[in-house]
Write a protein that binds this ligand. Structure first.
Ligand code: HEM
Length: 178
């Protein structure tokens, strides 16, 4: 499955990532979007998050293996942020499902209205939203380079950076196709 996703065209990957960002922005205020929309978007985002991690799995494995070796500071920070983001988002989706008031009950599944889960959801969701801002900023060069590639423009690597850094923020040489 991971092989299938890693062969996904760049445009597809960019669309998937942009969709995730838009969905996340839509989740910020459940009452503005309507609770039912909030819950279904959150559930779909949980599934897409799984695909996104699968697409970038080679990066995750390579950087995690090198975590305790000499790793450029930027890459280490990026990996720590990614790990935290994944954990908080998984908790946000899981706790959201636990307190679901519309989506799951509409399928006949009973959920808990527990205050504890509500608080867990609020905290993990807000932490995820902050970390997503940092995540997009850290990977902004990848976004710009991918847009240029899709537009058919030559991607000029920054000669002042080491070869791995010239890939754009992700400072580990990997055959990700990114
Ligand atoms: C990454 C995914 C998600 C994010 C970022 C997110 C974000 C948020 C935020 C920011 C709030 C307001 C919290 C507060 O007032 O302190 C909230 C509330 C809520 N969310 Fe989510 N959410 C996500 C997924 C889900 C899912 C999957 C469900 C259910 C299936 C869900 C159900 C709810 C419910 C029931 C509330 C309480 C609304 C109320 O105040 O009555 N969320 N969410």
């Amino acid at each position: 499955m991971q092989r299938f996703f890693s062969r996904m065209p760049l445009a597809g990957r960019l669309i998937l990532d942009t969709g995730m960002l838009i969905a996340t922005i839509a989740l910020i205020d459940p009452h503005a979007s309507g609770l039912s929309v909030h819950e279904w978007v959150g559930i779909v985002l949980g599934a897409v998050l799984f695909v996104h991690i699968t697409l970038n799995w080679q990066w995750v494995v390579a950087v995690t293996k090198k975590m305790f070796a000499s790793l450029p500071r930027e890459t280490r920070i990026n990996q720590i942020l990614n790990g935290l983001l994944f954990i908080f988002m998984a908790v946000a989706v899981g706790s959201g499902i636990a307190i679901s008031e519309e989506a799951l009950p509409s399928l006949g599944i009973l959920t808990s209205g527990s205050r504890v889960w509500m608080n867990v959801h609020g905290l993990s969701a807000n932490a995820s939203l902050i970390l997503i801002g940092a995540h997009v900023a850290m990977n902004w060069q990848w976004v710009m380079r991918t847009v240029r590639r899709i537009a058919g423009k030559t991607v000029r690597k920054n000669p002042s950076l080491r070869p791995a850094q010239a890939r754009g923020g992700i400072t580990v040489n990997l055959p990700t196709g990114a």
